[in-house]
Design a binder for this molecule. Structure first.
Ligand code: FAD
Length: 326
């Protein structure tokens, strides 16, 4: 790969704050880009100004602000914008945070531009001039390396895959408006309504560094799970049993038919470790299991296990952590 820029989609919240994994992607982008430099794509009507200090510290040279009347929350419209940004920047690599929406846009833009696409990567390297994406597959049981053979690569990267670090030399990002030529087919779907989730005060499940998960063993009482998550500054997740029972909202479900998480620390309480759940958490850094059944399958993949009643163990852990935190 010659020295061309690496492009990063700058996911942000409704108030214009960059989502935490974006800093991780920008750090990764700098490693890949070398002299080519890092550029960003800003999609949405939110003001980019508040994000500029972070982008400057990350060494981003240019922010392409997509200009269109169409709704960039539609993946087809976002793909139109990303296609325009790739053409303008001549970037050989486009990185996006792995989310359901971004994976859809990544697939679309890859088809349109003839790029190779890899989703849910947990690392990206350059080997012999080729982009190689690392990812776990088959419910986290295999680690694979996927070499992109096309000149252009589109990769979605899971949160917590990279430790974010500021650039050695900051930049002054230039914000450049980029008119988007929206294809007629891209607006066949009309977004009727979009509701921002009420802020729980906890980090986003998909990108949290720490996730505490409750399963059937909670019998619907998530208070000890939430307490431990709050002491650790983590997010609260659940198994499908817990969400199906209505003990917690469906968007907390982790697993094959839920969210995929890869936090640095996963704590499962009253979770058996069924294969459908493991598929969404097995790539976590350190796995801790609390289960009163010593034969529970989750102990097979746990780094640390506690055989005991979660209603005893979790409050003790929370109290000890509070004591250590002073
Ligand atoms: C097509 C399909 C897709 C699915 N997708 C998903 C998915 O995305 N995510 C998902 O999670 N599941 C999914 N499932 C369901 C999955 O197969 C399991 O049924 C589910 O994960 C089990 O949830 P659980 O661990 O909470 O419950 P259980 O398997 O019943 O385990 C409960 C555990 O809690 C322990 N326990 C009980 N009381 C206590 C206590 N007081 N203290 C400590 N431990 C205690 C028990 O020993 C047990 O190990 C899917 C199933 C299918 C068929």
């Amino acid at each position: 790969m010659t020295a061309t820029p690496v492009l990063v989609l700058l996911d942000h919240a409704a108030d214009g704050t960059l989502r935490p994994p974006v800093r991780e992607l920008l750090t990764l982008a700098r490693e890949l880009a070398g002299d080519g430099g890092v550029q960003g794509v800003w999609a949405g009507a939110e003001d980019v100004a508040g994000a500029l200090p972070v982008l400057a510290a990350q060494g981003v040279s240019t922010v392409h602000r997509l200009v269109t009347d169409a709704d960039v929350h539609l993946s087809a419209v976002l793909a139109d914008g990303l296609e325009a940004a790739l053409a303008t920047s001549d970037a050989a690599v486009l990185l996006l945070v792995s989310s359901f929406e971004n994976k859809e846009a990544a697939a679309r833009v890859a088809v349109r531009t003839g790029a190779g696409v890899v989703t849910d990567a947990d690392g990206v390297t350059l080997e012999d001039g080729r982009v190689v994406a690392h990812k776990t597959v088959l419910a986290g049981t295999w680690t694979t390396r996927c070499a992109v053979t096309t000149p252009r690569a589109v990769v979605t990267v899971k949160a917590n895959s990279v430790t974010a670090q500021d650039a050695a030399v900051p930049a002054t990002p230039a914000v450049v408006d980029l008119p988007v030529d929206v294809r007629p087919g891209s607006t066949r779907v009309h977004l009727v309504e979009r509701t921002e989730h009420a802020d729980s005060g906890r980090p986003d499940l998909g990108s949290a560094h720490v996730v505490v998960v409750g399963g059937r063993g909670t019998e619907g009482d998530f208070s000890v799970v939430e307490e431990l998550a709050d002491v650790l500054g983590g997010a609260v997740g659940a198994t499908r049993v817990a969400t199906d029972e209505g003990w917690i909202a469906h968007d907390a479900q982790i697993g094959q038919t839920g969210v995929t998480v890869s936090p640095r620390l996963y704590i499962g309480a009253g979770v058996s470790g069924a294969v459908h759940h493991r598929g969404g958490m097995q790539a976590s850094g350190t796995i801790v299991a609390v289960n009163n059944d010593p034969d529970a399958p989750i102990f097979e993949i746990a780094d640390f296990g506690v055989v005991g009643d979660l209603f005893t163990v979790l409050p003790q852990a929370a109290a000890e952590l509070r004591r250590l935190q002073g």
